[in-house]
Design a protein around this ligand. Structure first.
Ligand SMILES: *Cc1c(COP(=O)(O)O)cnc(C)c1O
Length: 408
């Protein structure tokens, strides 16, 4: 776990806070280990001590250091520190995947009898935690209409220990007013968590909008190269300590090699996200004007119902969009996808390559077709994760593939 007072002293000395792109490259890496330019991968389960007193101090958390890699590891620590600085948080901790960090947060912060308020459009795995697992421990999760802040506020006021938000959402890119809802959560004494995976810290910082904790599936944009799984959560120190403690016991720790890959990916986070923001907007505008496309979901479009809120709380609208074909059947999606040359059909997002897939086989594979329908996810929806390819090539590729739908 990374804490402000243990690792952040150098940042405190800096006269001005550098911009996110500079932090993406430097944060956590100011202190070179054995003068190495890059962070070494500490493939070591344990760390030894000659001095028993020092060992005890480290074990009790009174002195910084490492004992056992299920708890902390130096490579993993640098990764946590980089995200902590990018999100402007007091503390950060990580886990083996996004879902590992989400479940650790829920199990560490909740107890039987508690009530969670969230929305219908959370990530599929999170939705499953709310509907399948939490109820077994007598924790109720109330899932509100994502686009109805009054309904969410009413459920918060009815009693709530944890408010769990995600914006923009997966896969229809709905946008929630994070400041407004975090304020409502705090008035009810609830902890507010935001899944910031889609936005990345380059486009949005939920802690600055009032959230207590912000989390990422680092598997997606933070790593950015679709080669490592990881999760990270940061925010209020007392809460991060509880989550860290649960995770060190639960054991779903981030592997040091994965942490290294995520760190390497993060050094180009700002460059990738800038390109993805620009391309996604251009692609969304192109699709919106295309006759074979019925609807485009992208917060950067003026036609998007959450556009105004997105403008206020985001610096960029992100690389994720989704669209519905005029022919709204899974079969039509099946015809289009093989025709795309520069889009990998897979259950992933946020990588350097453009990735496409229907929610039925990707984010919401855990849900039944009925649940997806109830969540407002059309079967013929295509999620499009914009990569870093040249914008005009992506548009030309979509144009040639969509031509298969033009009749007469
Ligand atoms: C992928 C994803 C997760 C889960 O992350 P994993 O690393 O796959 O466990 C959680 N939230 C969002 C928004 C995601 O896209």
């Amino acid at each position: 776990m990374c804490l402000l007072d243990l690792k952040g002293e150098k940042s405190v000395k800096q006269p001005i806070d550098p911009a996110a792109g500079t932090l993406a490259v430097w944060a956590g890496e100011e202190e070179r280990i054995k003068q190495a330019t890059q962070v070494p991968v500490f493939h070591s389960v344990a760390f030894g001590y000659h001095n028993l007193d020092q060992w005890l101090e480290v074990a009790l958390g009174r002195q910084s250091g490492h004992i056992y890699s299920r708890n902390t590891n130096p490579t993993v620590g640098v990764f946590e520190e980089k995200v902590r600085r990018l999100e402007g948080a007091e503390a950060a901790t990580s886990a083996a995947s996004g879902m590992a960090v989400i479940s650790a947060a829920l199990f560490a912060l909740l107890k039987p009898g508690d009530r969670v308020v969230s929305v219908r459009d959370t990530y599929g795995g999170t939705h499953q935690m709310f509907t399948e697992f939490l109820p077994r421990f007598h924790i109720q999760a109330v899932l509100c209409d994502t686009t109805d802040p009054e309904a969410i506020e009413a459920e918060i006021a009815a009693g709530c220990q944890l408010l769990y938000l995600e914006s923009p959402t997966n896969p229809t890119c709905k946008v929630m007013d994070l400041k407004r809802l975090a304020d409502a959560g705090h008035s009810a004494g609830a902890i507010c968590i935001v899944d910031n995976t889609f936005a990345t810290p380059i486009n949005q910082n939920p802690l600055a909008l009032g959230a207590d904790l912000v989390l990422h599936s680092a598997t997606k944009y933070l790593g950015g190269h679709a080669d490592a799984l990881g999760g990270v959560i940061c925010g209020r120190r007392d809460l991060v300590e509880k989550i860290y403690h649960f995770r060190e016991i639960n054991g779903a720790s981030l592997d040091p090699n994965a942490a290294y890959l995520l760190l390497r990916g993060m050094k180009t986070l700002h460059l990738r996200v800038r390109q993805q923001n620009a391309s996604a907007l251009a692609v969304a505008r192109f699709l919106e004007a295309h006759p074979a496309v019925a609807r485009v979901f992208y917060p950067g479009l003026e036609s998007h119902p959450g556009h105004g809120i997105a403008r206020r709380q985001m610096r960029g609208f992100g690389g994720m969009l989704s669209f519905m074909l005029a022919d709204n059947r899974l079969e039509a999606v099946g015809r289009l996808l093989p025709r795309l040359r520069y889009a990998h059909a897979a259950a992933n997002l946020g990588a350097v390559e453009t990735i496409v897939g229907p929610p039925a086989t990707t984010s919401h594979v855990e849900c039944s077709a009925e649940t997806r329908a109830a969540m407002g996810i059309p079967e013929g929806l295509i999620r499009y994760s914009t990569g870093i390819e040249e914008t005009e090539d992506l548009i030309a590729d979509l144009a040639q593939a969509l031509a298969c739908f033009e009749v007469g």
